[in-house]
Design a protein around this ligand. Structure first.
Ligand code: FMN
Length: 182
């Protein structure tokens, strides 16, 4: 079965991203048609990109062990869901770094966005991501999950406010990805 990888793009101490990723994974478990794997960038520490040649110029020719491992992991994915907060109207540097490391591995694969933040729900972060994933020759789908006022979005049981609406949007996102999942 094809694998969709969920990449959690925030790594800071005390992040809200934990709760968002946990919610995404629990909802995806109800969506048939693919298997889902969480890739927490905290568990995939990548130094700032330092390869002598860019990945689009020399596909697969990595010098660092971190790059080789990240490449092998991302090759397993047939599609990706990027979970991103909004930092200064964009997405975190750690996520940009993880994307910059690779090229061919991302090419021609669908990608969806789950964003969260303050009042814009991270929408500006995912809009910036669209520009980046286009350059990586990925296929961004239209449907997003946009979670505003993240500090108040989850109750103590980990339930998400307006969770039904967000779950439906997540299902639609996966449906839009499936025709491109190979
Ligand atoms: C450096 C930084 C910049 C931020 N900038 C924005 C912003 O531009 N827009 C917004 O809606 N929220 C912004 N926030 C609030 C974050 O969206 C919110 O703190 C969220 O919880 C961050 O995700 P994380 O907890 O998983 O790191 C910012 C937070 C940080 C740490």
């Amino acid at each position: 079965m094809a694998k969709i990888q969920v990449i959690l793009g925030s790594t800071r101490q005390g992040r809200s991203g934990d709760k968002v990723a946990a919610w995404v994974m629990s909802e995806l478990a109800k969506v048939p048609g693919a298997e889902y794997e969480l890739l927490d960038l905290r568990e995939w520490p990548l130094p700032f990109f330092d390869e002598p040649v860019g990945p689009s110029m020399a596909p697969g020719k990595f010098t660092s062990e971190e790059a080789k491992r990240w490449s092998a992991k991302i090759q397993e994915g047939a599609g990706y869901i990027l979970v991103t907060p909004e930092y200064n109207h964009s997405f975190p540097a750690v996520l940009k770094n993880a994307l910059d490391y690779l090229y061919a591995e991302w090419n021609n694969k669908p990608v969806g966005f789950v964003s969260y933040g303050a009042f814009a729900g991270g929408a500006r972060a995912s809009e910036h991501l669209v520009q980046v994933v286009n350059e990586l020759k990925m296929i961004p789908v239209r449907q997003r999950v946009v979670i505003p006022t993240i500090w108040a979005a989850f109750n103590e049981q980990g339930e998400l406010a307006a969770g039904d609406m967000h779950a439906k949007n997540l299902q639609t996102m996966v449906q839009e990805m499936m025709p491109f999942v190979k």
